[in-house]
Design a protein around this ligand. Structure first.
Ligand code: FES
Length: 248
């Protein structure tokens, strides 16, 4: 009896040892994760609609905000997810290049920013309409095996139904997109302000300008649509930036 018990204890110890080893090796893998290449762009302070520095703690949880970075016509989503995100999420671009997403920043490590240009065919928010939106609530979508799923805190492009996971670096959860949305690297400081300092992942800006230059010129009433945003970029709730949001 006691031998049997002892043998059970040994098995448990062995399993525990294996779990510990697995955790250690997973941790090791995280430390060894690729940092990815930061596409550095000029540092830009996020401001509110009165052009004063935006206070990170004023961001409403679950609200979909828009700002432009790194160019005057390239929209990005800014969201306070309301809870700390995963960090050091290892992702891959369509070309197979690995990079590690930094995770959320801010007082609760919950603020994230991503390019709002869909990685499939570059649907993006315009002033008249947006087919791509952050969805804080639970929504239904199909994964790549065409299975129906439900999930919250996703960025959903209603053009062809690509869905991205805002908690994990905008990795693709479903639909035709072949890579995550490019991530915006944010820096948070002890004044409670945020700066955008670069991007990582598969940015699509060259293709975006080549395809939409004329429309962007008409919408933004400027010629140099690929001008750098500069030292400040204004943050606006998407429902004020855009007349109509198409939700799916
Ligand atoms: S452009 Fe977004 S899914 Fe096709």
């Amino acid at each position: 009896m006691s031998k049997h018990k002892s043998s059970g204890m040994n098995r448990r110890s062995f399993v525990k040892l294996c779990m510990t080893a697995l955790a250690a090796s997973t941790q090791g893998a995280a430390f060894a994760a690729p940092r990815g290449t930061l596409h550095a762009y000029p540092r830009s302070l996020l401001t509110d609609q009165t052009r004063r520095p935006l206070r990170a703690s004023d961001l409403v949880v679950g609200e979909n905000y828009i700002f432009h970075y790194p160019f005057v016509t390239t929209p990005c989503f800014l969201v306070n997810l309301g809870a700390p995100t995963d960090s050091e999420v290892v992702l891959k671009t369509e070309r197979g290049k690995s990079y590690a997403w930094q995770g959320g920043v801010g007082p609760d490590a919950s603020i994230v920013a991503f390019s709002a240009i869909c990685a499939h065919k570059m649907t993006h928010p315009a002033k008249a309409v947006s087919f791509i939106n952050y969805r804080h609530e639970r929504v239904r979508f199909l994964n790549n095996q065409k299975e129906g799923l439900e999930g919250s805190q996703v960025i959903y492009c209603c053009s062809e139904k690509s869905v991205y996971d805002a908690r994990r670096g905008a990795r693709v959860l479903g639909g035709p997109a072949k890579q995550p949305l490019a991530a915006v690297k944010l820096e948070y400081d002890d004044e409670d302000t945020l700066h955008a300092v670069g991007t990582y992942g598969g940015e699509m800006f060259k293709k975006f300008f080549s395809e939409f230059r004329e429309r962007l010129q008409l919408e933004y009433l400027i010629q140099d649509v690929d001008r750098a945003i500069g030292a400040h970029t204004q943050v606006t709730p998407l429902d004020q930036y855009c007349k109509t949001q198409i939700l799916c």
